[in-house]
Write a protein that binds this ligand. Structure first.
Ligand code: CA
Length: 418
């Protein structure tokens, strides 16, 4: 009892001390007291009181003391809210290690959130601005969580604060770093829907993104992206792609984004042979947007298509993409070749996309971010090997040479280098 009342007393006195004394002294004293209380395992009450009072001391803090204070405060609020909500035992639902700062002593780190980090307890901008958003911690936490864990973080954040983590990240971060963090935090299906929707709004080169999404995702993932598109935009991906394209592009892209290909390994060799012939016949006649050619490319399973293209190579002595280079500047033919590449060897397609994004004068951050974020959990290892083989430079080094700051750190973390 004595102990509790003493801690309450300290809690009540500290704010006054803080208001009266110069900021640095007040914070130092508060931090010391809080540290002592924390070590002795006292109630979190005084910490919350102290935590809330800090902003009123005004000014910007740069010393270590506020950090210590906030860390301790957050830890206690994490612990107490965790105790209050026994029903949601996040500790058990999130077993993987690599903790944030506050994982120490086994509290559930998701309870302490980016919001505490950015804005401190009650969203005080002063403190946030003086202290700076902790980008390093955002990278440390978000970059090392898989899609299911990121989803859980978003849900927990929404349940705890009643706000969308994405919106908070959006308002606290900026430029390329913001873009990569937001894209990464989105659920993959939502992200694909977003990328596709953005692509249908733009003109130049945007068909590529829709082709990429349609050809490099699994059938089920593409289906989920279409569902997410319905939910988010209240219309279908197919109708938007059809509306925003014309001619041959429309003929190819609409069935591509609508596809739900069979995903098994079974291959019909007779069919592969006959369809290789059809493809060759159409290409020799320069009928590049012929119904049959498009039917084969947009409906066959990837295994069956591979078999047909191998047959093409064997029977006619050329890889199909070589025969499709008749007019290297034709945009439709370029897209057709990229489609075949995405369907048969996506790592090569992505290697090239990264190479072009990096080797151009300046950097194509949009493409760089898109490829890293969408492939990090899929086939980044193969893309990295392909990149190293093709460019004699590891992808990590190429990215480090091309980008900087938190953007660079996030990208490197996502490709598994940090
Ligand atoms: Ca460059």
């Amino acid at each position: 009892m004595v102990l509790i009342s003493r801690s309450k007393l300290v809690g009540a006195l500290l704010p006054r001390l803080l208001r009266g004394a110069p900021a640095s002294l007040g914070v130092a004293m508060a931090s010391l007291s809080v540290a002592c209380l924390a070590l002795l395992g006292f109630s979190s009450l005084p910490l919350i009181v102290v935590g809330r009072q800090i902003p009123y001391t005004g000014g910007h803090f740069c010393s270590k003391w506020p950090r210590l204070l906030i860390t301790l405060h957050s830890w206690f609020s994490v612990r107490s809210s965790h105790r209050r909500r026994q029903s949601v035992d996040l500790q058990k639902r999130l077993p993987t290690g690599s903790p944030g700062l506050l994982c120490l002593r086994g509290c559930s780190w998701t309870r302490w959130t980016t919001r505490d980090l950015f804005n401190h307890v009650d969203g005080t901008r002063n403190l946030y601005e003086g202290w700076g958003t902790n980008e390093a911690l955002i990278i440390q936490i978000l970059a090392h969580r898989n899609a299911a864990q990121r989803k859980l973080i978003r849900e927990t954040y929404a349940a705890t604060y009643g706000e969308d983590l994405l919106k908070d990240l959006d308002s606290e971060l900026s430029s390329d770093f913001q873009c990569v963090v937001l894209h990464w935090t989105l659920d993959p299906a939502e992200r694909d829907a977003y990328l596709a929707n953005e692509a249908t709004k733009r003109l130049t080169g945007s068909n590529w993104v829709n082709m990429e999404v349609a050809c490099t995702r699994s059938s089920f993932d593409l289906f989920k992206a279409r569902q997410a598109y319905h939910a988010r935009y209240k219309k279908s991906l197919e109708e938007d792609v059809a509306y925003h394209t014309t001619g041959d592009f429309r003929k190819l892209l609409v069935p591509l984004v609508s596809a739900f290909r069979y995903e098994g390994d079974e291959v019909n060799m007779m069919l592969a042979k006959s369809e290789a012939k059809i493809l060759h016949e159409k290409i020799s006649k320069k009928a590049y947007s012929d119904e049959e050619l498009i039917r084969i490319l947009t409906t066959r399973s990837k295994a069956q298509l591979n078999a047909a293209l191998n047959q093409y190579n064997n029977q006619f002595g050329n890889a199909i993409n070589k025969d499709l280079k008749a007019d290297p500047k034709d945009e439709y033919l370029t897209l057709l070749r990229a489609t075949i590449k995405c369907l048969t060897c996506p790592e090569k397609y992505f290697e090239k996309t990264l190479r072009l994004a990096i080797n151009k004068l300046g950097t194509d951050e949009g493409a760089l971010t898109r490829v890293v974020v969408t492939r990090a959990e899929v086939d980044m290892q193969r893309i990295k090997e392909e990149y190293h083989k093709r460019n004699s430079v590891p992808l990590e080094r190429a990215i480090a040479g091309e980008t900087s700051g938190d953007y660079e750190k996030m990208l490197l973390a996502l490709i598994g280098h940090a």
